[in-house]
Ligand binder design. Structure first.
Ligand code: PEP
Length: 254
């Protein structure tokens, strides 16, 4: 049984006081939600305040990135995995497509960050996903396969078993254009088969693969019905407590 994960990626939104106001509204809405793990990823500057406010609750905190070097060291502007852990994060999003697109993130840096995060005992959510031109050219699977092989290279099966993969087709992020549940399921099943080939059947079966790309309260249930979709990484719809709680509580709303 793979326990579902619903994770919210706040990107570069919310000041500390806005983040705490979200927490105030959100916590009671999900207090009884035991069917899944709930994670929110605020900006670095809010991790400590949000983590403190969520202590003892069923909501965990993720960093949106970590430095590729364990540090400490002379890396101006970087924040290390140990520092986000010290601030209260237990998870880390790595290789989000916006980092790949705007900040030159590569499979090599994803691999370094994943190793550093694992070394600190964080749970890495490693993002993969093809661009529209890749899909249109019939390259969706080969692009995702290369991202998985590059981002997870040199890991042992035991390390790989602690990773969460997020499949986020770039053409579906922030566009309102969600992959159909069937299209997403096809890629999730492909991802699981690649993980099986790389790390063995047991890791392939147990690894959790999240879907991300315009997940909303009205499409989450159909996505979660798919055999290989184990949760969601949510951007825009995680910014508002009510809509993110509706996504978390997709089961009760059926
Ligand atoms: C994301 O940022 O990971 C994402 C999936 O965004 P959105 O839900 O807004 O498409």
């Amino acid at each position: 049984m793979r326990r579902p994960i619903i994770a919210g990626n706040w990107k570069m939104y919310k000041t500390i006081s806005e983040a705490l106001e979200f927490v105030r509204l959100f916590k009671p809405l999900v207090v009884a939600s035991t069917h899944c793990e709930i994670v929110i990823a605020p900006v670095f500057t809010s991790i400590k305040a949000v983590s403190d406010r969520l202590e003892g609750s069923n909501v965990a905190v993720a960093a949106q990135d970590v430095a590729p070097e364990p540090g400490p060291g002379a890396f101006t502007g970087e924040v290390s995995a140990s520092m986000v852990k010290d601030a209260g994060a237990r998870w880390a999003i790595i290789g989000h497509s916006e980092r790949r697109q705007f900040f030159s993130e590569t499979d090599e840096s994803v691999s370094m960050k994943t190793r550093v995060a694992l070394g600190e005992g964080l749970l890495p959510i490693v993002c993969v996903g093809e661009r529209l031109e890749d899909r249109d050219a019939g390259r969706a699977e080969s692009v995702v396969e290369a991202q998985l092989a590059g981002g997870m290279r040199n890991l042992t099966a035991s390390e790989a078993s602690r990773i969460i993969v997020a499949y986020e087709p770039v053409w579906a992020i922030g566009t309102g254009r969600t992959a159909t549940p069937e299209t997403a399921q096809q890629m999730h099943s492909f991802i699981r088969s690649r993980i099986r080939a790389m790390f063995g059947d047991s890791v392939g079966e147990s690894i959790r693969v999240l879907y991300g790309g315009s997940v909303k309260p009205d499409n989450i249930a159909a996505l979660m019905d798919q055999a290989d979709i184990d949760g969601a990484l949510v951007g825009g719809a995680s910014l508002e407590a009510e809509s993110f709680a509706q996504i978390v509580n997709y089961k009760e709303r059926r």
